[in-house]
Design a protein around this ligand. Structure first.
Ligand code: DGL
Length: 260
């Protein structure tokens, strides 16, 4: 099935909104010759407070759209959507699908005092997938979880530096700092866009970990294994789709460094 797809077909990348652009930055850096088509489901963000069934339906709709645009592989650039939908997606589609989950394993390895914090959506933290992740990689360390309700909405509105966003970040980082976390996982793809503020709040001695680079490495491995890497020597193209309003498109443009 995969061999029928041209190697110069695009890779489809999806998120509940603009957060997955933080992953796309790593994808383009590690795979500069690939074409990408990015779908921001901003009309339906946030996913973090939706049921797994609702998220699965959105993921099917978006995957159908990306496959309709010729995608040769999909990257679910969203921890919440991965937790809710990656299993059903892999049952439904035959193309390679790369998901992502909070970086508990690297955080546990990086922590010196054995206390790690995980900032993520309610949906991710409540999922069976996350429970399994803790079971596998959270042994021997203390894992503190913090749901960041309202933060994705701020970032979707392009409010990276407003008093409201800073107050939420303060509120959510404070319990992790009080408990002595020396390593904090950014368990939602929207959060790297406020990483600078998180680092300022927690201090330079605390290590922040996100998963974008690991996802890009995994995509590279999978495409190489399946002989699906684009062999072109020129830089790949981008197509951006957004289910939201002109305003969310403006935010997407502001977060992406080059013209869309
Ligand atoms: N960017 C997302 C994640 O990685 C989803 C956030 C949301 O829509 O709640 O979890």
């Amino acid at each position: 099935m995969c061999s029928a797809i041209a190697v110069n077909a695009p890779v489809g990348v999806m998120d509940s909104g603009v957060g997955g652009l933080s992953v796309l930055q790593h994808l383009t850096h590690q795979l500069p010759h690939e074409h990408f088509i990015y779908f921001a489901d901003s009309a339906h963000a946030p996913y973090g407070n939706k049921t797994a069934t609702e998220i699965q339906q959105r993921c099917f709709t978006i995957a159908d759209t990306l496959i309709g645009h010729g995608a040769k592989a999909l990257v679910v650039a969203c921890n919440t959507a991965t937790a809710a939908a990656i299993g059903p997606m892999r049952e439904r589609y035959t193309l390679p699908i790369i998901g992502m989950e909070p970086a508990v394993k690297p955080a546990a390895a990086a922590s010196k005092n054995g206390i790690i914090g995980v900032l993520a959506t309610t949906g991710t933290l409540k999922s069976a997938q996350f429970a399994a992740l803790l079971e596998h990689y959270g042994q021997g360390v203390q894992v503190l979880t913090q749901a960041c309700v309202g933060l994705v909405e701020c970032i979707e509105q392009g409010q990276l530096d407003t008093p409201q966003t800073l107050a939420l970040l303060q509120q959510y980082c404070q319990p992790l700092m009080a408990a002595g976390a020396d390593t904090i996982v950014l368990g939602c793809t929207h959060y790297p866009f406020v990483k600078k503020h998180i680092q300022e709040i927690v201090g330079p001695e605390v290590t922040l970990i996100d998963t974008g680079a690991a996802v890009a490495k995994r995509l590279h491995q999978v495409l190489a294994q399946k002989q699906m890497l684009n062999v072109a020597t020129e830089a790949g193209d981008f197509v951006f789709l957004n289910s939201g309003t002109k305003e969310t498109q403006r935010v997407m443009q502001a977060l992406w460094s080059k013209p869309i």
